[in-house]
Write a protein that binds this ligand. Structure first.
Ligand code: 13P
Length: 252
């Protein structure tokens, strides 16, 4: 019912030559541009969005941004708007990544405003939430997740506009992942919260990704967990060969 999704977050990695990785992924997965197959999204740095979208047009690879401003335009030096991303060919935008929450003090409140603007620009949002190691060890995970989810997601969310990525901060870039039971517990909780807030059908339609050290050799077991609809992949999405194996594992 929910289409599987593999999203790659390149973070601040990738010069022009890296566009070949996107082209290569599009070529190796040319036969997966169907509704039945895992949807593939690559989120390169903003400098590469337009050219990647151009090269991947008509292929299975869809392009997204990594952040956007909450305003449509204006005096915001260094920022990029959702309209600009959409104009460059992006279909998605990642919002509220823990690296931005930590480095720039982005609050869930701000993330919600950004999401509303992104929807107005016609972008789908991948909103990230996740607990710190300390929060997990002190039993606060579900409280933190519940609060971030409630405050980061605007009203009127639907499966068309919203994807949630559960990314435990301590699992990002560390090679460590939660137990499959722990992933399942958090995803089940997120699903229940979404259904309670947006109604059963809408809550059921929102795709939930796991993110944090997802690799070719652990993707299959992670996506077998109930309510895991795919992955948000950092380091392992930089190379088409690795990301391709993850996509194949998600495809099942
Ligand atoms: P890694 O896959 O490199 O752990 O990064 C995960 C992430 O932060 C994706 O947004």
């Amino acid at each position: 019912m929910r289409r599987k999704l593999a999203a790659g977050n390149w973070k601040m990695n990738g010069l022009g030559a890296a566009l070949d990785e996107a082209t290569s992924l599009a070529e190796s997965h040319a036969n997966t541009a169907t509704e039945a197959a895992t949807e593939i999204v690559l989120c390169p740095p903003a400098t590469l969005v337009r050219e990647m979208a151009r090269r991947c047009q008509g292929t299975a690879v869809v392009v997204g941004g990594q952040d956007c401003h909450e305003a449509a335009s204006g005096a915001h030096t260094g920022d990029i708007s959702a309209e600009m991303l959409a104009d460059a060919g992006a279909k998605y935008v990642i919002l509220g990544h823990s690296e931005r929450r930590a480095a720039y003090g982005e609050s869930s409140d701000l993330v919600r405003h950004k999401a509303r603007r992104a929807w107005q620009a016609g972008l789908r949002t991948i909103i990230c939430i996740g607990e710190s190691e300390d929060q997990r060890q002190t039993g606060k995970t579900l409280d933190v997740i519940g609060e971030q989810l409630a405050e980061s997601v605007p009203h009127n969310a639907s499966g068309e506009t919203l994807v949630i990525a559960y990314e435990p901060i301590w699992a990002i870039g560390t090679g460590r992942i939660p137990t499959l039971d722990d992933i399942g517990e958090v995803h089940e909780f997120i699903r229940a919260q979404l259904k309670a807030r947006f109604g059963g059908d809408a809550g059921d339609a929102v795709r939930l990704l796991y993110g944090g050290s997802m690799k070719p050799d652990n993707a299959a077991e992670i996506v077998r967990v109930a309510n895991v609809d795919g992955g948000l992949v950092g380091g392992a999405s930089l190379k088409a060969a690795d990301f391709g194996r993850i996509i194949d594992a998600i495809n099942g």
